[in-house]
Design a protein around this ligand. Structure first.
Ligand SMILES: Cc1cc2nc3c(=O)[nH]c(=O)nc-3n(C[C@H](O)[C@H](O)[C@H](O)COP(=O)(O)O)c2cc1C
Length: 205
């Protein structure tokens, strides 16, 4: 059982990373493996809408971790996306990364796997960013795991993150809840529903 953790902050060892490390530790206490991928500290090109992925199942841009994470999702049980809050939104890098990941990845790598996000801010914009990131899961048939508060931690340095006791507790609860749900799924004999197919209808009238 394993979970993918994405650090979408430009600071590889900053507050978001600290939050993800707390989650990693808590998942391990529950017997769940996890890997942190550093995404936000390198340039990430946005989706160029070339639609090459519709033919190949991979993103045509290969200079970052989009295709690596997509492949890792094949065997993962869940994903937790972390972002610093930049102007009350997710970072530019993680937004570019997620647009390309969720558009190109084979849909069965995501369907009915668990998703969650955590956001790190100094002061404001956390819940707008939280809403933004959860949209990737809710269009992908991914159950969103929740916690005892919206998953946000406050601070400008890793030391300040640890002072946000309720924020740290929220992240630990999130990890416990995700671990529990993953174990329930593994323990169950219930078949996944068949995906429904049909035309995509645009708003043309
Ligand atoms: C370009 C930029 C924009 C930011 N915008 C916000 C913001 O809208 N609200 C906020 O509270 N903090 C903002 N911050 C501060 C960071 O979100 C905050 O320090 C965060 O905890 C940093 O996480 P990190 O160490 O993982 O990068 C901003 C920082 C930068 C560099």
């Amino acid at each position: 059982m394993n979970v993918i953790l994405i650090n979408g902050s430009p600071r590889a060892n900053g507050c978001t990373y600290t939050g993800l490390s707390i989650i990693k530790e808590q998942l391990a206490e529950n017997g769940i493996d996890s890997t942190i991928y550093q995404v936000g500290n390198k340039p990430v090109i946005g989706c160029t809408a070339c639609l090459a992925c519709k033919k190949t199942g991979k993103c045509i841009h290969n200079d970052d971790l989009v295709n690596t994470v997509a492949e890792a999702m094949k065997d993962a049980d869940g994903i937790i996306i972390g972002s610093a809050v930049h102007y009350a939104s997710a970072t530019g890098a993680v937004t570019s990364f997620l647009d390309r990941l969720f558009y190109s990845i084979p849909k069965e790598y995501l369907r009915l796997k668990f998703g969650a996000c955590i956001v790190s801010c100094r002061r404001g914009g956390a819940s707008a960013t939280f809403d933004q990131l959860n949209k990737y899961f809710t269009i992908s048939q991914m159950p969103v795991v929740s916690s005892s508060y919206w998953n946000q931690i406050h601070g400008n340095t890793p030391e300040e993150v640890y002072k946000d006791e309720e924020g740290v507790r929220t992240l630990r609860t999130l990890a416990n809840n995700m671990a529990y749900l993953i174990k329930c799924k593994h323990a169950s004999n219930i078949q996944m529903p068949q995906p429904l197919t049909g035309p995509m209808t645009n708003f043309i009238r």
